[in-house]
Design a binder for this molecule. Structure first.
Ligand code: URA
Length: 413
């Protein structure tokens, strides 16, 4: 077997065998297959696609390229959650303490943001002291003792995916259903979950621009899950406007604290959190009735148990909980400016992609991998799509540490 034959076969649109896929994944991970050869094969896959069997073989080969976490010591059914990414997406931060407070063990490895997308790990690092890079042993101990731990993906988890994903990013081959599906599912399988709950996003702020493609991606991941013996469910989420009210790292931690205290519950965020959580409780065997599960979740927000769980998690990971208890401690940026409505009207669009790129330009995200993030900057929305506004009323506030140039086309009436 050699890589040139494998590239040629895929270029002709033929199906690759399990052995050929494993040969490529192993060879690329250990450096025997060169970047330009991997790029040629990935481009051929991008153009010609992959069958379900090939996609599953690619997923398993990438999952097996590093450690497979064994979570069996935790007992019970471990349910993992993954989102295909969004803008203002603080779902994991809000959802996971709620379901942990209801008895689901949460052992979650999350990612950082790259480009205009946000990442849960960057948001957690906005809390002074929070350690995202703990060892696997400490991670498991925290889940055993507190019921929840959220950390960054360890280095040796699906290293083949890491390498292939970075390559895809540089050759414009990200938006491919088999490549995205195998990338996500390889990490989920390697991180040890028995059941997987997916949030697949669509719209201008997501990889999948329309609901049909999002559904195809979701169903592909469900089929991989079935073939890999991991029950997988999904919901589809609209990512045409940012999720919730805030976009930016510490601003999203503030919204998380307010949500868990029951103070500010953005309807779109609440909808996604309840749908995902109710299904996760069902997957974990803690209740088959979705509506009842949602009520249990709301109850644990009202009685403070979900908020207490968030505090316990933050404290255990070394985070300073006084910032969560008094969010004013996050401080104010040097500059703040309101976008006010020029007319009386109804808001038709707040394009997620426009807001995301703007917030990234303020310093909230990374364009290159080693860019340093400004945790404080971002936008807080006062209005959402469908809301009416009066002339002069505030639509959003920009928080920045450099002089502000207001974004254009961020609101459509
Ligand atoms: N998220 C991933 O982990 N991989 C992709 O390919 C796209 C989104």
């Amino acid at each position: 077997m050699n890589i040139l034959e494998i590239i040629e076969k895929k270029t002709k649109g033929k199906e690759l065998s399990k052995e050929e896929i494993e040969y490529f994944v192993e060879g690329y991970t250990n450096g025997e297959v060169a970047d330009y050869q991997a790029a040629a094969l990935i481009m051929a896959i991008f153009i010609k696609g992959m069958s379900d069997q090939e996609t599953t073989d690619l997923t398993l080969a990438m999952a097996n390229s590093g450690d497979i976490l064994d979570l069996s010591v935790l007992g019970g059914i471990i349910v993992d959650k993954h989102s295909t990414g969004g803008v203002g997406d603080k779902v994991s931060l809000v959802l996971l303490p709620i379901i942990s407070s209801l008895g689901v063990k949460v052992a979650k490895m999350s990612g950082r943001g790259l480009g205009f997308t946000g990442g849960t790990i960057d948001k957690l690092e906005a809390i002074p002291g929070y350690r995202t890079g703990i060892t696997e042993e400490e991670f498991i101990k925290n889940v055993q003792e507190v019921g929840i731990s959220i950390i960054s993906q360890t280095k040796n988890l699906a290293p083949a995916d890491k390498k292939i994903y970075e390559l895809r990013d540089t050759i414009s081959c990200v938006e491919s259903i088999p490549l995205i599906a195998s990338s996500i599912m390889s990490k989920k399988i390697a991180s040890g979950a028995q059941k997987i709950m997916l949030e697949v996003t669509y719209g201008n702020g997501a990889f999948m621009k329309n609901i049909e493609d999002a559904k195809k991606l979701a169903e592909q991941m469900v089929r991989i899950g079935e073939l890999a013996n991991r029950e997988t469910k999904y919901i589809l989420t609209n990512m045409n406007e940012p999720l919730g009210y805030s976009i930016g790292n510490s601003l999203e931690i503030i919204e998380t604290a307010q949500f868990l205290k029951g103070e500010v519950l953005a309807e779109d965020l609440k909808h996604v959190v309840l749908e995902l959580g109710a299904n996760m409780l069902k997957l974990a065997g803690l209740g088959d009735n979705i509506e009842e599960n949602k009520s249990k979740m709301m109850e644990n927000i009202k009685n403070g148990k979900a908020y207490q769980k968030f505090l316990q998690m933050v404290e255990r990971q070394g985070g300073d909980i006084s910032y969560i208890e008094d969010v004013e401690k996050f401080g104010k940026t040097k500059y703040m400016e309101d976008m006010v409505s020029p007319i009386d009207g109804t808001i038709k669009e707040i394009p997620a992609i426009t807001i995301a790129k703007y917030v990234c330009s303020l310093g909230a995200g990374r364009i290159k991998k080693d860019d340093v993030i400004d945790m404080q900057v971002g936008i807080v929305l006062h209005k959402k799509v469908g809301d009416t506004v009066k002339k002069g009323e505030k639509i959003f506030t920009v928080y920045s540490n450099k002089p502000i140039e207001m974004p254009t086309n961020a609101v459509v009436f």
